[in-house]
Every structure is written in structure tokens, then in C-alpha cells.
Design a protein around this ligand. Structure first.
Ligand SMILES: [Zn+2]
Length: 414
């Protein structure tokens, strides 16, 4: 299942997809049954099957129920439960998250590992390769990648369409460059498949809207309170990307005009108040002691007044921003995720209060505030959704080359 793009290989790929789709739908089938259902010629089908078996995508089994005395027992073909079809990787600021689905589209595993914020891309990709290697399938063997289709990658920052703006990489590292992101180049070298790239928080919004707290929601607002503050929107049943991929930057809405300087270049953004660093700094300035979020959570559980007062104020700011966004967009579900939400009701209750107080009264009882349920792998799962491109939420979302897919290596120009 490699991806040269001539018309013949595309035709072949279509045939492979047809066969895999039938096995996904019907379970194990004999060659004869597959032949009846797929409509391909016997030669073509056997040819495609030989390739799928060789790549590890499909495995053969001898049916136990074959009637005796009627020739050879029937051999059936089935999807290999250990064959990874899609990998999602979230390159967050200080951690890496990976997840994989097999050909039956079941999540076969996920893994996470924290790292320093300044870890170079080469080492981040090495870490990703190691984490992918650690995933094991439902069977006994490790994940097999012979059937790998593509990798969906989330990165921090603005990811624009190459076609729209010539910016296939985050603005924070773009520096006027165009072309593929270093993660795309390095992952393609390692795995030899297309690498689709998008903003990691938008991918987390996608994951939560397909499998998580907002599953089935048609109008969803997702906010992540982590080292950065960002989000994503599902509007009218579609993941919203915005011109130049700029939708969902809720962390850079001004909440304190003339306030602290923000990494984005602005001042007084929500992120300067509600990011992990901002909250921990403010807690320490108020006399509290916490080196990280788990220690802050401990202080909250111990009833620390400074922590509760601080989170009350931060929650109020977040709730005000959500109320404004609600009035603009009209979501039915708001999902809040990220490490800071682990502080629990100390943060969530003031968010809810401020949302209630500031949203248009007519919307108050029509919007449901929920905590994210997919945890830290939401972005990696969103990357998988991007690759599979099956969710109706993506029906109007750009795919393939429009979505900052890495260009085909061109030997002439290198
Ligand atoms: Zn900002």
C-alpha cells in the first residue's frame, strides 16, 4: 500500500480499498465470496490479495467448519488485527502522544511521553518512532506497518494550507519559509507514507467531537487549557478551519487590555492568564507553592485559599470569553480539556458561573458545558480521523494536498 500517484497505481489502490472495505464490513471471507462481492476479475483479485497478504494487511486462516471429504478446507481471508492503517501523532509543546488504528478502524494502542519544550525535531521524531514501536495490537505481535496508509500529525501553532497561503508550517517557526514542516519530512523518511499536518488543538477538538465528550455534536466549541490555550470549532456539522487555518485561537482573545505580553506578540491575551505557566506563576506570586499542575491540584484539594481564589478569578475570565464566543457562534456543547481542568470544580464552577452570567439569557439553558473525556491522546486520535477522512465532520474539510500534505519528493529540484 505504497503511494506512487500514477493512474494505474491509483486504480490498484482503489481495488485494495474495495477488498479491505468488504473484509471490514463482513469479517472473514473466502476468495470465492470476495470474488462474488467485489466484481473484480479472478486474476486481478488474486493479484491484489497476494499483495495485501505480503504487506501484512490481510491474513489467511483455514476454516475449521469446512465439511469433511469435500476437497480442501476453505481458506478465509481476514483483516490482520495487528496491521496499523493510520497513525496519529500529537507534537504538543512538552509531550508527545501517539495512537494507531488497525484496518478494522479499532484503536490498537496509544502512548505518551513528556519531553523538554526545546527538544529538536529530529529527537521528537525519534521519540515518536519509539512510541509507535511500543504499540502492540490486539494479538500478540507488535503493530505491523506494512499496511500503513498515512500519518496524521498535530503541531502547535498556525498551520495554513499550502495552496491558500504557502504556509505549510506553524507561523512560530515559519520565519518566512514555505514548504513542508520538519516533522513531515522526517516522518516521511522513516515511514514512507504521506504525512498530513494540522493544528494539534483543532485535532483534539475533532477527536472529542467524534469519540469524546461531544460525540455526535453538530455545533461544538472546544477549549484546551494547557501550556498553551487554544481550541477548535465544529460549526453546522463541520470542523471549521477558517481562512489560513486560523480558526480556534481562543487563547489570543484579549482579556486584559494592556496586560502581560503574550508569546503571540500581543498583550493581555487569555493565554497570559489561563495557561499552566500563567496560573502557576500567579499562584506562587500569591504565596502558594506548586512546581506543576499535580501540586496545584493537591493545594486545591487541601482547600488552599490562595489557590481557590486564583482559580475563581481565572475561571471567571475563561467563562467570559466562552460567553462571548457562544454569542458569536451558538454552540450546543462546550468541551473544556487540558491539564488545568484537573483542578476540578475549583476552576470549572467559576467558568460555568461566568458563562451563565454573561451569555445571552436565551442561550443559558441551551448550551451544555462538559469536561473532555479523551485525555491527552485526543489530538493523536484527531490525527487518525484526519487520515481516515470518514467522519462527516470532515466532509467539507480540505484533504490531501490542500491540507499541508507534504509534497512528493522531487529529485530534480533537490
Ligand atoms: Zn496571544
Amino acid at each position: 500500500m505504497s503511494h506512487p500517484r500514477g493512474p494505474l497505481s491509483q486504480l490498484r489502490r482503489g481495488h485494495e480499498e474495495l477488498v479491505l472495505g468488504l473484509l471490514r464490513k463482513h469479517g472473514p471471507l473466502s476468495r470465492g465470496e470476495l470474488g462474488k462481492r467485489c466484481g473484480l476479475s479472478r486474476t486481478t483479485l488474486y493479484d491484489i490479495l497476494a499483495e495485501l497478504v505480503a504487506s501484512g494487511a490481510v491474513v489467511t486462516a483455514t476454516s475449521q467448519e469446512a465439511p469433511r471429504g469435500r476437497g480442501r478446507p476453505a481458506e478465509t481471508l481476514t483483516l490482520n488485527p495487528d496491521a496499523g492503517q493510520a497513525i496519529g501523532i500529537d507534537f504538543a509543546r512538552r509531550a508527545l502522544h501517539v495512537a494507531a488504528v488497525n484496518l478494522a478502524h479499532e484503536v490498537v494502542g496509544s502512548a505518551s511521553e513528556p519531553h523538554d519544550a526545546d527538544l529538536p525535531w529530529e529527537q521528537r521524531v525519534e521519540l515518536a518512532v519509539r512510541l509507535v514501536g511500543s504499540l502492540t495490537g490486539t494479538g500478540t505481535g507488535a503493530l505491523r506497518l506494512g499496511a500503513l496508509d498515512a500519518i496524521g500529525v498535530g503541531v502547535v501553532g498556525v498551520v495554513g494550507s499550502q495552496r491558500a497561503g504557502g504556509e505549510g508550517r506553524p507561523a512560530e517557526e515559519g520565519g518566512g519559509h514555505t514548504g513542508p514542516h520538519p516533522a513531515q519530512v522526517l516522518l516521511r523518511e522513516r515511514f514512507g507514507v504521506p504525512v498530513l499536518l494540522d493544528n494539534n488543538t483543532r485535532l483534539a477538538a475533532l477527536g472529542e467531537s467524534i469519540w469524546g465528550a461531544a460525540a455526535g455534536g453538530q455545533d461544538v466549541l472546544y477549549l484546551r487549557l494547557s501550556h498553551g490555550v487554544g481550541g477548535g470549532l465544529v460549526v453546522g456539522g463541520s470542523l471549521h478551519r477558517g481562512a489560513y487555518g486560523l480558526s480556534g485561537e481562543f487563547g489570543h482573545i484579549t482579556v486584559e487590555p494592556g496586560g502581560a505580553r503574550c508569546d503571540c506578540g500581543g498583550t493581555g491575551c487569555l493565554e497570559t492568564v489561563a495557561s499552566i505557566r500563567a496560573v502557576l506563576d500567579a499562584f506562587r506570586a500569591a504565596g502558594g507553592r506548586a512546581a506543576d499542575v499535580p501540586e496545584l491540584v493537591k493545594a486545591v484539594r487541601a482547600g488552599d485559599r490562595a489557590a481557590l481564589t486564583l482559580l475563581g478569578g481565572v475561571g471567571a475570565r475563561i467563562g467570559e470569553v466562552l460567553a462571548a464566543l457562544c454569542n458569536a457562534i451558538g454552540p450546543s456543547v462546550i468541551v473544556i480539556g487540558g491539564e488545568l481542568v484537573e483542578t476540578g470544580e475549583a476552576l470549572v464552577a467559576p467558568i460555568e458561573r461566568a458563562l451563565h452570567d454573561h451569555v445571552m439569557p436565551v442561550s443559558r439553558h441551551r448550551v451544555s458545558l462538559r469536561r473532555a473525556t479523551l485525555g491527552e491522546v485526543a489530538g493523536a486520535l484527531g490525527g487518525i480521523a484526519l487520515v481516515l477522512h470518514e467522519s462527516p465532520l470532515l466532509s467539507r474539510y480540505p484533504a490531501g494536498p490542500d491540507l499541508a500534505e507534504d509534497p512528493i519528493p522531487d529529485k530534480e529540484s533537490r
